[in-house]
Design a protein around this ligand. Structure first.
Ligand SMILES: [Zn+2]
Length: 374
C-alpha cells in the first residue's frame, strides 16, 4: 500500500514545487483525521511533509489532528483517507467563505501551536487554570483588567468577576456587558467561551479594539465552580445565582447586555422562559440575535436558531436571562446554547473547540457593534 502512496506523491510533486505561500484560502477545506493504527500514522507522516497539507500539529497515535487541504489536493487527500480507512471528517467546507477570510484558522493555529497567548484553547480548562488565567491577566494588564469578588459558594470557593475596562480607575463607561458560563456544571464549553471572549479583547486587543470602545465588560467564567470541579455531585445553586443576581441589581444603570452561555443546542434565546408571552421589545432582541446568527454562518459556523426560550425550547426553560431582563432591567438578555458533540453530547471534541469559539465570537462582535451604535 505504501508503494501506492509513493506513486501519488511523484505525480503531484510538480504541484508542490509551484505552491507558493498561501495568500487566500479559496477552496481550502479543513479536515479532522484520526489515526487509529500504525499504518495510519505512517501515511500521515508521509503527508505531513507536503505543503498542500497544512497539519496544525504533529500527528499523534489515537489523537485527532486538523489538516487544511489545498483545492488541488482534495481528491488525493480523500484517496489516502478512504484507501487506508483513516477515520476523518470535514470541519470547514470552504475556508475563504469565512467572514474573516480565514483569520479564525490563522488564529486557532497560532493559539494551539505557540505559547504567546496565556491560555490555549485545545482543551477544556479546569477551575484552577481558569483562576490562574484570571490572575495572570490582572497582573499583566493592570490598566485594563481587575478582579472583583462577588460572592462565595457552598464549598467556600470564591466567585470572581473579571472587569475589563479602558475607563480610568474607579470610573465606568455608560454601557457594560455581562457574560457568564458554567451555571450548569456539565456544560464545559460555556466557561471556555467566556475565556475566549476575554482572551480576544485583552490579549488580542489590537485586532479587537472596537470591542472595548466605550464599553465595559464583566465576565464570570464559572458561575458554579463547586459543580464544575465535581460534575457528578449534586450541588445546590442558591448562593451562586444569588451572587450573580445581586451583581446585576448593583449595576442596573450600566449593564445593557447579558449573555449566559450554555450547551448544548444552537440557539440565541431571549425572555421569557416562564411564559409564552414575549417582552414588549422582543423584536429588537430578535433582530440583534439574527444579525449574530448570520455572522456565524458566514464564518462557516453552524446555524443558530433565534427565539424566546419558552417558544424555542419548552415552557419553563430559561432562567438567568429572565431575571436579567425582568428584574435587573437589562435590555438585551440572552441564553446562548452552544453546539454539542463529544461522547456525551454535551461538549465538542476539544480539537474543534477553538474554531467553534471563534465562530460564535464573530456573532458577538456584531452584537456589540450594534449595541455600541445604539
Ligand atoms: Zn445549561
Amino acid at each position: 500500500m505504501l508503494v501506492f502512496v509513493g506513486i501519488i506523491m511523484l505525480v503531484t510533486a510538480t504541484v508542490s514545487t509551484n505552491n507558493e505561500k498561501i495568500k487566500n484560502y479559496f477552496g481550502y477545506k479543513v479536515y479532522e483525521a484520526f489515526p487509529k493504527t500504525a499504518r495510519h500514522m505512517e501515511v500521515l507522516r508521509l503527508m505531513i511533509i507536503r505543503p498542500e497539507y497544512d497539519f496544525w500539529s504533529s500527528a499523534k497515535f489515537k489523537k485527532p489532528v486538523f489538516v487544511m487541504v489545498a483545492p488541488q489536493s482534495q481528491r488525493e487527500f480523500m484517496t489516502y483517507m478512504e484507501g487506508y480507512h483513516i477515520p476523518h471528517r470535514l470541519i470547514i467546507k470552504d475556508v475563504s467563505q469565512s467572514i474573516d477570510g480565514g483569520s479564525g484558522i490563522n488564529y486557532c493555529k497560532e493559539n494551539v501551536n505557540n505559547k504567546e497567548d496565556k491560555i490555549i484553547f485545545d482543551h477544556y480548562p479546569r477551575w484552577n487554570e481558569v483562576n490562574k488565567y484570571m490572575d495572570l491577566l490582572a497582573r499583566s494588564y493592570p490598566e485594563l483588567v481587575s478582579i472583583e469578588e462577588v460572592g462565595r459558594t457552598h464549598e467556600n470557593r470564591t466567585l470572581r468577576m473579571l472587569r475589563i475596562s479602558t475607563a480610568r480607575h474607579g470610573r465606568r463607561h455608560r454601557k457594560a456587558i455581562l457574560i457568564d458560563g458554567g451555571i450548569h456544571a456539565r456544560e464545559w464549553v460555556a466557561p471556555a467561551m467566556v475565556l475566549y471572549v476575554v482572551n480576544q479583547i485583552v490579549e488580542h486587543r489590537s485586532s479587537n479594539g472596537e470591542m472595548l470602545e466605550g464599553v465595559d465588560w464583566f465576565a464570570l467564567p464559572v458561575v458554579n465552580p463547586d459543580g464544575y470541579e465535581f460534575t457528578h455531585s449534586y450541588v445546590g445553586l442558591g448562593r451562586q445565582t444569588r451572587a450573580l443576581s445581586n451583581f446585576m441589581l448593583d449595576n442596573i444603570p450600566f449593564i445593557k447586555m447579558y449573555l449566559t452561555f450554555h450547551s448544548f443546542g444552537q440557539s440565541f434565546l431571549y425572555p421569557w422562559g416562564h411564559t409564552k408571552e414575549l417582552p414588549d421589545d422582543w423584536e429588537e432582541l430578535d433582530e440583534l440575535a439574527r444579525k449574530a446568527a448570520e455572522a456565524i454562518i458566514k464564518t462557516g459556523g453552524p446555524k443558530f436558531e433565534v427565539g424566546s426560550s419558552s417558544n424555542v425550547l419548552s415552557f419553563g426553560a430559561g432562567g438567568a436571562d429572565d431575571f436579567a431582563k425582568g428584574r435587573a432591567n437589562i435590555k438585551y438578555a440572552y441564553t446562548v446554547e452552544m453546539p454539542g458533540g463529544g461522547p456525551n453530547g454535551f461538549d465538542l471534541p476539544a480539537t474543534s473547540l477553538c474554531l467553534q469559539l471563534h465562530s460564535l465570537y464573530q456573532g458577538l462582535r456584531v452584537m456589540v457593534k450594534a449595541l455600541r451604535e445604539e
